[in-house]
Design a protein around this ligand. Structure first.
Ligand code: SF4
Length: 210
């Protein structure tokens, strides 16, 4: 939300988009309404391909992500990565709120980088969590209802829990997984073994999806 607040101060009609994976908590939809009313801008919502979701669930069930890492990555790929890739193909640049202090896997993120001809800007890369909270207080930025309930990082409902103060900010994401990067594949490439497994699983669901 800090990035949205900053961007609307620079350009009141800035475009804001989000991905509705189909498994978001109700509070995230409330947040979309809050953004629309507070900033007077539409929120562009990108959805996964229906046929891919249907095929994945027919093959692996609705809660496949709890069974193994490769199936969780498949779900993230179908519900998040592919819709994002589709959206980014229409854009020349986008701005995100990633911070280096959120987790070890984000420690090296650059403020500006380019991939596949699309510039990705992370203006908060060197901000601490306290910097974020100070900005929110100073500018009365609306916060996600779950943030106040101990969710410092909020994703899909079944894959997110609240964290303890002593935990990493991303510890509540896919909390049942041990020793895996807490990323969905959008920001960090998964290790070779998992990516090969995901590729194979994708190939299985694609014939039905095409
Ligand atoms: S966070 Fe969970 S429900 Fe959401 S796309 Fe990833 S695995 Fe699927």
């Amino acid at each position: 939300m800090v990035v949205v607040d900053m961007a609307t101060r620079i350009h009141p009609k800035v475009r804001v988009f989000t991905i509705d994976t189909g498994r978001l908590p109700e509070e995230t939809h409330q947040m979309m309404e809050t953004v629309r009313h507070r900033y007077g801008i539409p929120v562009e919502v990108v959805f996964p391909e229906t046929s891919e979701v249907e095929s994945m669930i027919a093959s692996h069930g609705p809660n496949l992500f709890y069974r193994e890492v490769a199936l969780r990555k498949l779900c993230c790929h179908v519900r998040k990565v592919r819709p994002l890739e589709r959206k980014l193909a229409t854009l020349s640049a986008w701005v995100v709120g990633l911070r280096r202090s959120q987790t070890q896997s984000r420690a090296e993120i650059a403020k500006v980088e380019s991939r596949d001809g699309v510039v990705k800007i992370s203006p908060l890369a060197d901000w601490s969590r306290q910097d974020v909270e100070d900005y929110i207080q100073r500018h009365d930025v609306p916060v996600h209802p779950l943030y106040a309930k101990g969710f410092p990082s909020i994703g899909c409902g079944p894959c997110t829990r609240a964290t303890f103060d002593c935990e990493d900010e991303r510890a509540g994401r896919w909390w049942w997984e041990q020793d895996t990067e807490k990323e969905c594949g959008i920001h960090i490439a998964p290790n070779g073994q998992v990516i090969r497994q995901v590729d194979a699983l994708l190939a299985e669901i694609r014939p039905a999806a095409s």
